[in-house]
Design a protein around this ligand. Sequence first.
Ligand SMILES: NC(=O)c1ccc[n+]([C@@H]2O[C@H](COP(=O)([O-])OP(=O)(O)OC[C@H]3O[C@@H](n4cnc5c(N)ncnc54)[C@H](O)[C@@H]3O)[C@@H](O)[C@H]2O)c1
Length: 382
Amino acid sequence: MKIVVLGADGYLGWPLSLRLLRRGHRVVGVDNLATRRAVEEVGSDSALPISSPQERERAAKELGDFKFVFGDVTDYQFVKELISSEKPDAVVHFAEQRSAPYSMKDVEHAVYTMHNNLEGTLNLIYAVKEAKPDVHVVKMGTMGEYGTPNFDIPESAFVEVEIKGRRDRIPTPKFAGSWYHWTKVYDTYNMLFANKIWGLTFTDIMQGPVYGTRTEEIVSERFFTRFDFDEVWGTVVNRYCVEAVLGLPLTPYGKGGQTRGFLSLEDSVEALRILIENPPEMGSYRHVNQFVELRSVREIASFVQDAGKELGLDVKVQHVPNPRVEAEEHYYNPELKVLPNLGFRPRKSMREEVKVMLKDLLPFKERISRFSSVIMPRTRWK
Ligand SMILES: NC(=O)c1ccc[n+]([C@@H]2O[C@H](COP(=O)([O-])OP(=O)(O)OC[C@H]3O[C@@H](n4cnc5c(N)ncnc54)[C@H](O)[C@@H]3O)[C@@H](O)[C@H]2O)c1
């Protein structure tokens, strides 16, 4: 297949591009390097050193047919020209502002996030409709779209409801927890609408937080993917691992009962590979929940503590006041059937993988310690 990966310079986009190349697909990677700039803006950097896009292009070409295109998905002419000229079979859309705290900083960051994410997705929808309506759009959303409802989360875009005695199908209720997460909800509604009126083909993925330093293709420093750990860009497991390496206490927010569906980088890339190679029926919208293990942030801290102990690190846990507005103890039971039905079998467990992560990060302790002042939470929801 020929696959366009929007956001190919990112944490997921780079390793997915490598996986697709190794499977024999042709890949066009697109990025405007927004994440590199925005991480710099908050005074941080990737814990693992990453190559320039030019060096990445050279490295990826060793695996297969790859090219890197610099471009911004909020520029409609650029996106339309890209789809018209490349004529891909599938487009994977990762190219969004993906930090909840970044979106909550102030009005400028909230508006930037809305503009970047909603406009990019809408441009892609129109470009596909105008230039090649049979493209399979694989769009990365988040499990955070659902929030933490007190009912079982269905793996479907619609649910049956009865209101005052009358029944109908309505979009699955969602209640996101940051401006960033709301952009993913709005993207979902826009794709559902585009599917309804124009019959475009979508896979909309509700993915949980991803952790890890490795995939099968990350075999040397040239292939490293970015690894963020600061309070704005780091996700919880990755942050804890860096805290452990630096000898800082692990910092669950509040009571630490916040439970999410996590998965390793290797499992994320493999799940995506399966979804791309097994598209839904042409003209349909497929809704996928993508996670492997349901864990609370308190439990994850104990995994990292145990892994640290095995490596001779003295790791402490210190609960800190929660900078977010969120439930700290709650019911959480999302459905998971699409990926297992397509043959997806997780390869990594969090308990095992955090050990690998600590080993991968330890050689970069000095590099990371330069940024230790941006680890503690400062961005507050209110
Ligand atoms: N990492 C996770 O744990 C996780 C979990 C669930 C969902 N997601 C979603 O998966 C996607 C990829 O996440 P990631 O962790 O790789 O993030 P990332 O920030 O590392 O990658 C996103 C890439 O998109 C690029 N980009 C952003 N706006 C762009 C624009 N307007 N034009 C062109 N390129 C643009 C960025 O420069 C970056 O390289 C995101 O949409 C994110 O919301 C990530």
